[in-house]
Design a protein around this ligand. Structure first.
Ligand code: ADP
Ligand code: MG
Length: 250
């Protein structure tokens, strides 16, 4: 589904991504791990259009998407999660979900979204969709809470929920488990697995927690110094000498 070819992203003379080549198979939950500073987040930012690459190519289903802006990638079903922006923290959880612009539904719905008078029916459909998403993520009980009042883990679920408001094909999750307690991390993991199995989402997941990665991801790609170092099952990765050395080296 995603092919990254010899991708570079330099910051001045520093090569954060330094010739990365990798593939993400359709239908997979692919893990992306590696020591701090390996270039994982930068790679995500380039793939998802938040940063232009210095050189190299990114393909989505064979189509060259290198350097496309996030809203165009969004319309193609390529999403990454974003932290709930400050402006949205005083809106309720349900309202946050209902704010997601409908992708892949054409210009007309997009326009009418803003023409309040005409949209009662669309709004009702979007509200129903939001309620479905809340139920799927088991956070119906906080639907009317202000997003800013959620716990860290609940916010992560809401971030994931926003990707469900559109028909995503592939979702990039950057450290979705950071600072989240074990119980909620399991809930997030369950939601990812169900989205993968029931809705056919492909995922690429950056996460430090190897138990989480091991439970969800196959394959796991290891990045070090801006490029792919190894790829395999979690067991293969854990016993790979080069991988062990890369982790020890930092
Ligand atoms: P990871 O997510 O694997 O921890 P990052 O992609 O965040 O790694 O960062 C890779 C390297 O690139 C780090 O050394 C970081 O300091 C550097 N870097 C990231 N973003 C920038 C930036 N905007 N300007 C300069 N250096 C950056
Ligand atoms: Mg990072």
């Amino acid at each position: 589904m995603i092919r990254v070819e010899n991708l570079h992203r330099h910051f001045g003379g520093f090569r954060a991504v330094d010739g990365a080549s990798l593939e993400i198979a359709k239908g997979s939950i692919t893990g992306l791990v590696g020591p701090n500073g390996a270039g994982k987040s930068t790679l995500f930012n380039v793939i998802a259009g938040a940063l232009p690459p210095t050189s190299g190519k990114v393909y989505l289903d064979g189509e060259d998407i290198t350097g496309l802006p996030p809203h165009e990638l969004f319309a193609k079903g390529l999403l990454r999660t974003f932290q709930i922006a400050h402006e949205f923290s005083s809106m309720t959880v349900r309202e946050n979900l209902m704010m997601v612009p409908p992708a892949q539904t054409g210009e007309n719905l997009w326009n009418s979204w803003f023409q309040r008078g005409k949209i009662a029916r669309e709004e009702e459909a979007i509200r129903r969709k939001a309620d479905e998403v809340l139920e799927f993520l088991t956070i119906t009980h906080v639907a009317d809470e202000k997003a800013g009042n959620l716990s860290g883990g609940q916010k992560k679920l809401l971030e994931l929920g926003r990707t469900m408001m559109v028909d995503a094909k592939i979702v990039f999750l950057d450290e979705v488990g950071a600072g989240v307690n074990r119980t909620l991390l399991n809930t997030i993991g369950d939601a990812i697995i169900r989205l993968n199995q029931e809705k056919g989402y492909t995922f690429c997941v950056i996460e430090h927690d190897m138990d989480f990665i091991g439970r969800l991801c196959d394959p796991v790609i290891v990045m070090a110094e801006g490029k792919k170092l190894a790829e395999g099952t979690i067991q293969e990765i854990k016993s790979n000498e080069q991988v062990i050395e890369a982790y020890l080296g930092t």
